[in-house]
Design a protein around this ligand. Structure first.
Ligand code: BTN
Length: 237
């Protein structure tokens, strides 16, 4: 990857999309601060100085239907980097990286993937990763129930090293997507739990038993097995 660094930028994802439109690939856009960070479901993503806000642009030669695997790969890569930094992070399906505090799960990382395809093949993917690194969770909105690496560690983190590890892991996984689901299972906090997933077709409740390539959740419900490829997931116990 070539890395483009900004002290401050509206959104690394927006910048990476612009680079995609210019024909670029294999580029990481990295910023210390974002002034217009975007989250899933069109939410704002607060991105104060001290975080790791980055977007990876690349052009995998895969069908559009396989693209969700890259979001899972990012969750795995960042979880591994967090664990190496001494923070016991886990993954809530599909891609929330969380740290458990008693009964509560606090959000450490957000991932937003955007892409474009042509004739059912991916033409580019932008995987946006927002890591609450050296930031004070008190400066982040409460709804997300946020935490940060520096809070969990009790000391600040070397962001450069963390970013390097994260990108190394992500690079390896994106080139070997067959390994992603297995790695994801290793860190999953969702499997074995009762969940409620808000899907476009309505809520589905049951026990989360597995995930399937490229990222669908398998749920045992009262009326049978459901395979859910997208939705907002809540852990019920
Ligand atoms: C979420 O809603 O959980 C996803 C948040 C994704 C935030 C990252 S920070 C880097 C990149 N640039 C953005 O504007 N968003 C993503």
């Amino acid at each position: 990857f070539s890395v483009e660094y900004h002290d401050s930028i509206p959104s690394t994802n927006a910048r990476a999309r612009d680079l995609a439109a210019e024909g670029e690939s294999d580029t990481v856009v990295l910023a210390d601060e974002q002034t217009g960070g975007r989250g899933r479901l069109d939410r704002d993503w607060h991105s104060p100085s001290g975080g790791i806000w980055l977007s990876v642009l690349f052009r995998p030669d895969v069908p559009m239907a396989h693209a969700p695997v890259f979001t899972l790969a990012a969750a795995v890569a960042v979880t591994r980097a967090a664990r190496e930094a001494g923070v016991e992070a886990g993954i809530k399906w599909p891609n929330d990286v969380l740290v458990r505090h008693g009964d509560e799960e606090r959000k450490l990382v957000g991932i937003l993937t955007e892409m474009e395809g042509e004739a059912d093949r991916v033409s580019w993917v932008v995987v946006g990763i927002g890591v609450n690194a050296n930031v004070d969770p008190a400066d982040l909105p409460d709804e997300a129930n946020p935490t940060s690496l520096s809070t969990e560690r009790g000391e600040p983190l070397d962001r450069r090293l963390f970013t390097q590890r994260l990108l190394e892991e992500f690079d390896a996984l994106r080139q070997d997507t067959g390994r992603v689901v297995e790695a994801w299972r290793e860190y999953a906090t969702t499997l074995g739990k009762r969940v409620r997933v808000e899907t476009p077709g309505g809520p589905i409740e049951g026990e989360a038993v597995d995930i399937q390539f490229p990222g669908a959740l398998v749920i045992e419900t009262a009326s049978g097995t459901e395979v859910v490829s997208a939705g907002d997931c809540e852990h019920l116990r």
